[in-house]
Every structure is written in C-alpha cells, then in structure tokens.
Design a protein around this ligand. Structure first.
Ligand SMILES: Nc1ncnc2c1ncn2[C@@H]1O[C@H](COP(=O)(O)OP(=O)(O)OP(=O)(O)O)[C@@H](O)[C@H]1O
Length: 259
C-alpha cells in the first residue's frame, strides 16, 4: 500500500432539496487499502459511495477517481473509467431474470472482441473467485441464500478486473459465520488482486477483520480517519460510543489490534 490516493474527494456537497447530506466532505482512498466507512444511519455513506461512482449528483466540491475528475469526463472517457472499478450494492442488485453467470456476464459485454465462450469462461472464473460453487452459475438469484447473492454481486463487481471495489454493507444480514467468511474473502481478494476497497459497513467485526483505516461520517463530513487504534482516541460523542460501546468491546474481545 502507498499513499497515492485512488479516490480523492474534496469539499463535497450533496443535498436533496433542503436536506444537506454532505457539506465540505474530504476523503481519500489510498491505493491498496481497505477503507471502512462508518457512521450513523442516514449520515450519507451510501450517497457518498454513489456520488463517487457518478450515480448521485453533487452540488459542490470535486471527486477524482484514478486521477480523473468525475463530472468533467466525456461519455467515452467516463465509460473507460467505469471499467476500472466495480460496485457491490447492498442487496446485490442482480437481475432476477438472469442466472448468476448471465448477471456476471453483463459488464463483460462492454468488452469488445470477446467471444461468447470467452465471456462465459471469465464469468465462471469470477464466480468461483467469489467463493460460489460451480452449480451456482446456472442458479437464478431467487434460488440463492442472502450470502450467496452477495457473493454473486461481488463476482459481478470483479468482472472487469477492477482496480477499485466499492462494497455497500457486504455483511449486512449475514449470520456471524457467513459474515466472517465474507470478511476473509475481501482481504484475500484485495491481496491477490491488489485492489483498493471502499467498504461501507456498520459491522465492527468487519472493521477489525478487514480494514486498514476507518473513516467516520458525522455532521455532514468525514469527522475522523485513521486506524482502529486511532479511532479509540477520538474525542467525539458518537465516535466514542461507537468504538467503546458494548458491541465494540465484544468485537475486540480476543482480537489483537491491526497495528
Ligand atoms: N434519492 C434520494 N432522495 C432524497 N433523499 C435521499 C435520497 N437518497 C438518500 N437520501 C437521504 O440522504 C440521507 C443519507 O442517505 P444514505 O442512504 O446515504 O445513508 P446511510 O448513511 O447509507 O444510511 P444507512 O446506514 O441507514 O444505510 C438520508 O437522510 C436519506 O434519506
């Protein structure tokens, strides 16, 4: 990991009507890191993710991804940049009428020159990298458990060999064993594929197991960033309660600090 940011957000402002979600928000995602983005419900974690990938309009500030400023790119440049990241939305956002393999093939259709067989082969590879069994290729999303649907969403996010992966609450709704397996998968894939990972979560276990740094959203901005150990020193009521509360103590029990 080095200090070179692959995502650089400065002075971001987003709002819906009169409701200002972010105001003067600054954030970096460094190359090769797993950054956990936390905050209370409604603090704008998902809106931030969507703004970075260009799915949400911004009312101020700048967002650079891989050195390119989102919002100033021509159509072809924008599409080329979009191929360098993958997004896993909270519910997987899979097409219900397509099999898992067909879902993963969707982004691959943007790649010119791939035969049907090559596209299928690549999709099957990503599905297996996401830890799904072979037979899942032909399953429809409705045939899958919640955890398997998340893995299918992850396979689709990996389809184009991205440099950055955005994960929106990847362990929400999973049982603790499934969540822990997913945490390990994220770290394994980051290491194997040299990914930079922007990970929105409420899950303290995930923060401990995966994240190199944490960014806390509160009061419409990023209030604090740092390692888990540094978060314990932050003197702010919400941050203190989150990182020192009973759930935090349960999550840290027996787990050594990352640093
Ligand atoms: N399309 C929209 N129109 C109006 N308001 C919106 C829209 N999308 C999000 N919001 C509002 O923006 C705020 C931030 O939403 P967001 O989904 O980013 O929160 P969050 O931090 O991800 O919350 P949670 O942890 O509960 O998922 C919320 O108040 C939400 O109601």
């Amino acid at each position: 990991m080095n200090g070179d940011p692959v995502v650089r957000v400065r002075g971001l402002r987003t709002q819906f009507g009169d409701h200002v979600v972010h105001d003067g928000l600054d954030l970096d995602l460094r190359r090769g890191e797993i950054l956990g983005v936390v905050g209370g419900s409604g603090t704008g974690k998902s809106v931030l993710l969507r703004a970075i990938v260009g799915l949400e309009a911004c009312q101020g500030g700048t967002i650079e991804v891989l050195g390119k400023q989102i919002g100033t790119l021509s159509g072809p440049d924008r599409r080329a940049l979009e191929q360098r990241w993958g997004v896993m939305f909270q519910d997987g956002a899979l097409f219900s009428s397509l099999t898992v393999r067909e879902n993963v093939e969707v982004p691959l259709k943007a790649v010119a020159g791939l035969s049907d067989a090559q596209r299928q082969g690549l999709a099957e590879l990503k599905i297996s990298m996401a830890g799904l069994p072979w037979k899942a290729n032909g399953n429809y999303p409705s045939d899958l458990s919640g955890g398997m649907r998340k893995r299918a969403g992850l396979a689709r996010a990996l389809a184009l060999d991205p440099e950055i992966v955005f994960l929106d609450e990847p362990t929400a709704g999973l049982d603790p064993i499934g969540a822990s397996a997913f945490d390990k998968l994220i770290v394994t894939l980051r290491d194997a594929l040299n990914l930079s990972v922007f990970l929105v979560t409420h899950d303290l276990d995930t923060l401990h197991a995966c994240c190199d740094r944490v960014a806390v959203l509160a009061e419409r901005k990023v209030l604090a960033t740092g390692t888990m150990a540094q978060m314990l020193q932050v003197d702010h009521p919400w941050v203190h309660e989150y990182f020192h509360g009973p759930r935090a103590r349960a999550a840290t029990d027996g787990i050594p600090d990352k640093d």
